[in-house]
Design a protein around this ligand. Structure first.
Ligand SMILES: [Zn+2]
Length: 61
């Protein structure tokens, strides 16, 4: 069976349809990784203000 290394703890994980946590070894590792993503990368990605200015058309007067 093909195995992959858990991205979180590097443990060998069977790559099978039954492993619903793949590529992680366990629910715990999966949640830890998602938590890190949510706490760090997601926040950084949204730290900068949106590069958007409302399109205000000057009204003819
Ligand atoms: Zn793991």
């Amino acid at each position: 069976m093909k195995t992959v290394a858990c991205p979180r703890c590097q443990k060998a994980v069977p790559w099978s349809a039954e492993n619903r946590f793949r590529p992680f070894c366990s629910e715990r590792c999966k949640h830890m990784d998602l938590g890190a993503w949510a706490n760090d990368e997601y926040r950084i990605a949204h730290a900068e203000p949106p590069d958007y200015e409302p399109a205000v058309s000057p009204k003819p007067d």
